[in-house]
Write a protein that binds this ligand. Structure first.
Ligand code: ADP
Ligand code: MG
Length: 234
């Protein structure tokens, strides 16, 4: 519920209520209420298959819930046209997909500059240089994804996700298959970058170590839907 203020309008970063999403017949995800204030971080926690990636795709406006309300920084996602959603997403959302999705035929700098292309803005080489320097990738500007280690690829994907200074940075299982040290450093990198651009960070994970690495985050636990739950679709 959005609080009504007499003197100033305060928009939470996320205000979701009674969300339900189904790919086929049965809902795979229901969220009764989820609220996140601007600048706060959150963890979407739960076992494999419980709907974490689906929820991130709803937050990114890639999927639209069949029921419920979802406002991101004051914008009701389902009120946007498809084109409006694409424009909104380019300006508002940074997405770190689990499979990174770097374009293999483009070098590191061009993978970042794709964000400009997608947003129809001029190529910001300076932003690319600054980010790659901050992420320890200055010597990889002209390298292609296949020439990078797994960790380097992930840092390029993080740089690409924050390139447009998003309001909301979504990371899908960023610590999967990482040892403890790498897990802490990836979460630290994500929080540093989120703070740098003033974004809220949301990490979807089944990895309980993230709870320790992000101690002040709001936690949304998803339990997953059974077929019986699905049968109660209202
Ligand atoms: P998680 O990220 O928590 O592992 P997902 O959001 O990927 O969970 O998936 C939630 C449920 O939705 C799973 O049962 C999965 O099989 C199902 N699902 C995911 N994507 C699709 C799809 N494109 N079509 C049909 N079912 C899907
Ligand atoms: Mg997933």
């Amino acid at each position: 519920m959005v609080g009504i203020q007499m003197h100033e309008k305060v928009c939470p970063m996320i205000d979701a209520s009674n969300i339900s999403y189904r790919y086929n017949v049965h809902p795979v995800l229901t969220v009764d209420a989820f609220h996140l204030d601007s600048g706060r971080h959150a963890i979407i926690l739960g076992p494999s298959g419980c709907g974490k990636s689906t929820f991130l795709h709803l937050l990114a406006g890639i999927l639209t819930p069949q029921a419920g309300h979802l406002q991101i920084n004051g914008t009701e996602i389902k009120d946007l046209s498809q084109r409006g959603k694409d424009t909104w997403r380019g300006k508002t959302i940074g997405f770190l997909p689990q499979r990174l999705a770097l374009v293999p035929s483009l070098n590191v700098a061009d993978n970042l500059l794709l964000s400009n292309y997608a947003n129809d803005t001029a190529a910001d080489n300076r932003r690319a240089e600054t980010l790659l320097l901050a992420l320890g990738l200055s010597d990889k500007v002209k390298s292609y994804p296949h020439q990078l280690s797994g960790g380097q690829k992930q840092r390029v994907a993080i740089a690409r996700a924050v390139f447009n200074r998003p309001q909301l940075l979504l990371a899908d299982e960023p610590t999967a298959n990482l040892d403890d040290a790498a897990c802490s450093s990836v979460i630290e990198l994500l929080t540093t970058q989120a703070t740098e651009v003033g974004a809220s960070l949301i990490v979807a994970t089944h990895d309980a170590r993230v709870l320790t690495a992000l101690p002040s985050a709001t936690v949304l636990r998803l339990a997953g839907m059974t077929a019986a739950d699905g049968g109660r679709d209202e």
